[in-house]
Design a protein. Structure first.
Length: 351
C-alpha cells in the first residue's frame, strides 16, 4: 500500500510504515501545500491536514480510495467529488477539543491578568456547542461566568430550550467566542457570521474570540468594529486568507496566533491515532500501534494561584508575540510549532 502523508503530522513516521505486517507500506512525506496530481496519482491513501485541498483537480485520475484528515474541520475536502469518485474520507472530530479549551482558558485568564477584565459574573456567549464549545462552556462555568449557548443545528435537533439566538448573544454577552464549522451557504451558513450587521448589533462592547475558521469573521467588519470601539478586545487564532493574513488586524488584536489553538501534543497525538485507526479500518489492517506524546521537561508547576499555574502550562502571549514580530513566518510558526502539553500532564503545587 502506498500512502502520501503531510510531513508536519507528528507521531506518524515509523508507525504507519509498519502497519500491515511483514510487508512495509510505501510512505511518502510531502509538505501539505505541495500535494500535486503527479504525487498522488499512484497512491492508495492520503493523510492530510487543512493545507491540502482534496478536490477534483488533485484527485481525478488517481488511485486514491481513502483520505484521512488529521483535523476536526474538513472544508478542505470536496466531499461531493469524493462521493462521486468513490473515495472514502474521514476526519478526527474532537481530537483537539481539549487543546482549544486550554487556549480559551488561558486567554480568559490573560484578559483578567493583563487587561483587568474581571471574569466573575461576566456573560460569555459560546457560538457552536460541539466538542470544543461544550468544553469551553465548562471552563467558563468554572470561572464563575454566566454562559449563553448558540447552536442552530443542535437547537433544531434537540429543541431550543437550552439554546439562545445570536441576537441575544449580541445583546447580553461580555465575551463572544466562535466554535462553529464553516458552512458557506444553506440553513446553517456560518461564512461571515460575524459581519458588519452583527457588530452593529452589539450592546456591551464585548471581547471577540475566534478559534474556529477564519472566514467566520469578516476581516473588514472586525477591523471597523475595533476602530469604532464596538468591541474592546479581539483574540484571533484563525484568519481569512491564511497564511496571507491582514497585518493591520494582527497589529490591533490583543492575541493573534498562527492557527495553533488546537496544537497541543495531546491533540496532535489524538488526531494521528484517529487517522491511523480509520486507515486500518478501511484497509482491514490490525491497528497494532501506540502513540504517546513525550512528557514535559518540568511536570511540577509551583505557583501562588491556580490561575498563575495554569498560565505556566500554556501562555498564548508567547505565540502572539512571535507572530506579531514575524507575520511573514505564519506557515513556519505553524508547521514547526513546539507542541505543548495539556494540564493533565502537570502537577500543580500552590504555594
Amino acid at each position: 500500500m502506498k500512502v502520501i502523508v503531510d510531513n508536519k503530522i507528528p507521531y506518524i513516521k515509523g508507525v504507519i510504515e509498519e502497519l500491515g505486517g511483514d510487508t512495509p507500506n510505501e510512505v511518502v512525506y510531502v509538505p501539505g501545500m505541495k500535494f500535486t496530481k503527479e504525487i498522488v496519482r499512484d497512491a492508495d491513501a492520503l493523510i492530510i491536514r487543512t493545507r491540502t485541498h482534496c478536490n477534483r483537480g488533485l484527485l481525478e485520475g488517481s488511485k486514491v480510495k481513502f483520505i484521512a484528515t488529521a483535523t476536526i474541520g474538513y472544508d478542505h475536502i470536496d466531499t461531493d467529488y469524493c462521493r462521486e469518485a468513490g473515495i472514502t474520507w474521514t476526519n478526527a472530530p474532537g481530537c483537539n477539543s481539549a487543546s482549544v479549551e486550554q487556549y480559551i482558558h488561558s486567554t480568559l485568564l490573560l484578559l483578567e491578568k493583563e487587561k483587568g477584565f474581571t471574569l466573575k459574573n461576566k456573560c460569555i456567549g459560546v457560538v457552536g456547542v460541539g466538542n470544543v464549545g461544550s468544553k469551553v462552556c465548562k471552563v467558563a462555568l468554572s470561572l464563575s461566568m454566566r454562559v449563553l449557548m448558540n447552536d442552530l443545528p443542535r437547537a433544531d435537533k434537540e429543541g431550543a430550550g437550552q439554546f439562545t439566538d445570536l441576537e441575544t448573544i449580541a445583546r447580553e454577552c461580555d465575551v463572544i467566542t466562535f466554535h462553529t464549522p464553516l458552512h458557506k451557504e444553506g440553513k446553517y451558513k456560518t461564512y461571515h457570521l460575524a459581519n458588519t450587521a452583527f457588530f452593529n448589533s452589539l450592546k456591551k462592547c464585548p471581547v471577540i474570540i475566534n478559534t474556529s475558521r477564519g472566514e467566520i469573521t469578516e476581516t473588514s467588519a472586525l477591523l471597523s468594529a475595533i476602530e469604532k470601539k464596538q468591541i474592546q478586545e479581539a483574540v484571533i487564532d484563525v484568519w481569512e486568507n491564511e497564511p496571507d493574513i491582514n497585518l493591520e488586524l494582527l497589529e490591533k488584536v490583543f492575541i493573534g496566533t498562527p492557527h495553533i489553538a488546537g496544537y497541543s501534543a495531546d491533540g496532535k497525538a489524538n488526531a494521528t491515532r484517529m487517522s491511523l485507526e480509520s486507515l486500518c479500518r478501511f484497509f482491514q489492517i490490525n491497528p497494532n500501534f501506540e502513540i504517546h506524546p513525550s512528557k514535559p521537561e518540568n511536570p511540577v508547576i509551583k505557583a501562588s494561584t491556580e490561575a498563575e499555574a495554569y498560565l505556566q502550562t500554556y501562555n498564548p502571549e508567547r505565540d502572539s508575540k512571535a507572530l506579531k514580530t514575524h507575520p511573514e513566518l505564519f506557515e513556519q510558526l505553524r508547521g514547526d510549532y513546539p507542541l505543548r502539553r495539556e494540564k493533565e500532564a502537570y502537577t500543580f503545587q500552590i504555594i
